[in-house]
Design a protein around this ligand. Structure first.
Ligand SMILES: [Zn+2]
Length: 188
């Protein structure tokens, strides 16, 4: 049976713009050749919605300094090692929260996060702790979630709901962006 994430659908056109930005940002800046994920934190102001934080999945800067083989082949071989990646890579959601606080000097509390995919279990904890109140994903991306992630993402979804975080997934094509997910290049 196909995996059906328990997330409410939205077709509100406003979400397309920010999801597209998250895809474009990830495609440009993630250093993982297999899966590029981007997250954005958006704040509502009197003049409309503005982005106050971006993040992509990436090699932590502390690793850049400690790995023996810093050549692009060396980094590539690390990134194709799934176990290393699961334990080491810095996830987009965490990076976006950090950017919001440390670079933009903004508070992620009460804000919306756009993240085309679904957070893993530990990013869900970070999102809850940061006080994000709404999380918007993209259905066509979420449905690509490999089976090995289902347990973690199901747990994350339940946890976020328990904390009353509004979870939505936009259903429809985004257009104007490329994405790389699980080794596949596709147009969301
Ligand atoms: Zn994560």
């Amino acid at each position: 049976m196909a995996w059906e994430p328990n997330i409410e659908i939205t077709t509100d056109e406003m979400h397309r713009f920010f999801l597209r930005e998250a895809y474009k940002y990830a495609y440009r800046l993630s250093d993982d050749p297999m899966t590029k994920v981007g997250a954005e934190i958006v704040k509502k102001t009197l003049k409309g919605y503005i982005v106050i934080g971006y993040g992509v999945n990436h090699i932590p800067h502390s690793v850049d300094e400690t790995i023996d083989d810093c050549s692009s082949e060396g980094i590539l071989s690390l990134l194709t090692d799934r176990n290393w990646k699961i334990n080491s890579i810095h996830h987009a959601e965490r990076a976006a929260i950090q950017w919001t606080r440390e670079v933009m000097r903004e508070d992620p509390r009460e804000k919306t996060m756009y993240m085309p995919w679904i957070p893993c279990d530990s990013c869900a904890d970070e999102i809850i702790a940061a006080g994000i109140i709404e999380l918007i994903g993209h259905k066509q991306m979420i449905l690509k979630t490999p089976e090995r992630w289902h347990e973690s993402t199901n747990k994350a979804i339940e946890k976020l709901k328990q904390e009353n975080i509004k979870l939505l997934m936009y259903d429809g094509s985004i257009g104007g962006a490329f994405s790389v997910f699980n080794g596949e290049v596709w147009q969301p």
